[in-house]
Write a protein that binds this ligand. Structure first.
Ligand code: PEP
Ligand code: MG
Length: 539
């Protein structure tokens, strides 16, 4: 039994088998071996496991998204059978007497470089596939299932750290709980865990070499504890707690369909934050009144190139259709800082949180922005769409945005493509925007306060820096004063104002927000019903 403590990102309790998620780009060490035959046998076993996983992936993808999209897994299977590739690995083990992981990594790197240097675009693109199969082989040699969520049973995922792009690729149905060694409570990974409604602990000092995939673990978000190989007694306790949690959930279920109204009759809109099309189900399950923040940048993560206008339109349309008449607020691209996407080719920065991110990228690269705007405008005919822009600091930016929106509209007019002009608002997440919120309120239809960044920029604390979590205090009077000022200025000009940062779900502050006059709170889907209960208890 091994009991460790960490910071809780989402309360709740889960018990199940561990799956260690290793970084696919983890450095592979060169180790001198004695028995080449045994090492080659390991390669063959990893090959068998990889083949089976790829076949499973192929079948699942073919059934879910069609054969055309599944073909990539077939191609990977074929590459795995390549005699040159396998021959080179075996040769290296025999002649250099090195471990299988190193031989696979070195051979993979050599082949990937060979493809990357080719003239033909198609062949050059195969370099990424070689890397993919090499990583799969290494993961299988290490006995880990890696990121192969589709082939795994529901598990407690344990990782050193997770980036937003890794988290977004996970099959959320398969994750019982998340445990990471590193990570900040305010990071997007933590936010995704909340969206998924699963117990999650970060900053757990677990030695990944000490635990195994398959061993049992209990993750107790409320107690901030992860227990590996629990005793019978601990398992019985956990089962009781799980039952109590289920009872709490059942009581919350009774609030479905009820209004978010205080005892004195004030209605607050309670919406949900989502990171992708797949999260709409969580919003609906939890009876959210709308989507208050769709972080559209997640459409851009975990892929090799820009999503096309058509792809984006499909995604937005799916969300709008699923929500029917309910409001869906889609935020335009907020890439940068912790949300990194290689194909944007952004320069390395000293201070990424203060760097080229969000609307700054969109205004510097208007073509990327216009593609997204066209997709949004086209999707608008399928539901109740609002669009909002992140990281605003000036009136000029709002005017520049307006110009690009109008350009997109003119193009669609000329092409005879139908669209509606959506309600348009901005995020208030910089102190600059707060200080000129009286001016900004006259230019837009609504405000949504992003308290995660507003806290970061007001307190001058990098929200990603786990060392500073103890100073990151969103209850700081300066932050609350900023929220109050924003609400007053919005209302002065007859505009509605919401909060879509994590603070919106902080039940200790609900009464204060209601008293300030906040009109809408947009929270993780799992917080919709607890917030509704809180609002209904208020005077
Ligand atoms: C915020 O900053 O509060 C916000 C909602 O945006 P994000 O967390 O995606 O930066
Ligand atoms: Mg933000």
């Amino acid at each position: 039994m091994l009991k460790l403590h960490g910071k809780s990102v989402y309360n709740g309790i889960a018990m199940g088998p561990v799956m260690i998620m290793k970084k696919s780009d983890e450095q592979v060490k060169r180790v001198k071996i004695e028995d080449a035959q045994a090492e080659i046998a390991r390669v063959n076993r990893a090959l068998g496991a990889s083949r089976e996983q790829l076949q499973n992936l192929y079948e699942k993808a073919a059934a879910e998204v069609g054969e055309a999209h599944a073909a990539i897994f077939e191609a990977h299977q074929m590459m795995l059978e390549d005699d040159d590739f396998l021959g080179a690995i075996v040769q290296m083990i025999r002649t250099e007497m090195v471990n299988a992981e190193f031989a696979v990594a070195a051979t993979g790197e050599h082949f990937a470089r060979m493809f990357a240097d080719m003239e033909d675009d198609y062949m050059r693109a195969r370099a990424a596939d070689i890397k993919d199969i090499t990583n799969r082989m290494i993961q299988n040699l290490n006995g880990g299932a890696g990121a192969d969520f589709r082939a795994m049973q529901p598990s407690v995922v344990v990782a050193d750290d997770l980036s937003p792009s890794e988290t977004v690729q996970m099959d959320k149905e398969k994750i019982l709980a998340l445990v990471t060694v590193h990570g900040s409570a305010n990071s997007h990974t933590a936010i995704l865990a909340r969206t998924m409604n699963i117990p999650a602990l970060i900053g757990v000092p677990v030695d990944l070499g000490q635990i195994r995939t398959g061993m049992t673990a209990i993750v107790d978000g409320e107690a901030g504890e992860a227990i590996f190989e629990p005793t019978q007694e601990q398992m019985r306790e956990a089962e009781k707690k799980i039952a109590r949690e289920q009872e709490k959930t059942r009581l919350l279920e009774e609030l479905k369909g009820r209004p978010n109204v205080t005892r004195s009759g004030r209605t607050i809109h309670v919406y949900a934050n989502i990171g992708g099309v797949g999260d709409v189900g969580y919003a609906l399950e939890n009876d959210a009144g709308g989507i208050g923040l769709f972080r559209s940048e997640f459409l851009y993560l975990g892929r090799d190139g820009f999503p096309t206008e058509e792809e984006q339109m499909q995604a937005y349309t799916q969300v709008l259709r699923a929500m029917g008449e309910k409001k869906v607020i889609i935020r335009t691209l907020d890439i940068g800082a912790d949300k990194k996407v290689d194909y944007f080719k952004l320069k390395q920065e000293e201070n990424p949180a203060l760097g080229c991110r969000a609307i700054r990228i969109c205004l510097k690269q208007p073509d990327i922005f216009k593609t997204q705007l066209r997709a949004l405008l086209r999707a608008s005919v399928y539901g109740n769409l609002s669009v909002m822009y992140p990281m605003i600091i000036s009136e000029t930016e709002v005017h520049q945005i307006d110009k690009i929106v109008k350009e997109a509209q003119r193009e669609l007019d000329a092409e005879g493509i139908p669209y509606r002009t959506p309600e348009q608002g901005i995020m208030i997440e910089t102190p600059a925007a707060v200080m000129i919120s009286d001016k900004l309120a006259q230019l837009v239809d609504f405000f949504s306060i992003g308290t995660n960044d507003l806290t970061q920029y007001t307190l001058a604390i990098d929200r990603q820096n786990e060392e500073l979590d103890c100073f990151y205090n969103p209850h700081h009077p300066a932050v609350l004063q900023m929220i109050r000022m924003t609400v007053e200025n919005a209302h002065r000009y007859g505009k509605w104002v919401g909060i879509c940062g994590e603070l919106g779900a902080d039940l200790e502050l609900t009464q204060i927000f209601v008293e300030m006059g906040v009109d809408e709170l947009s929270v993780s889907p799992s917080m919709v019903l607890p917030l509704r209960r809180k609002i209904r208890e208020l005077p």
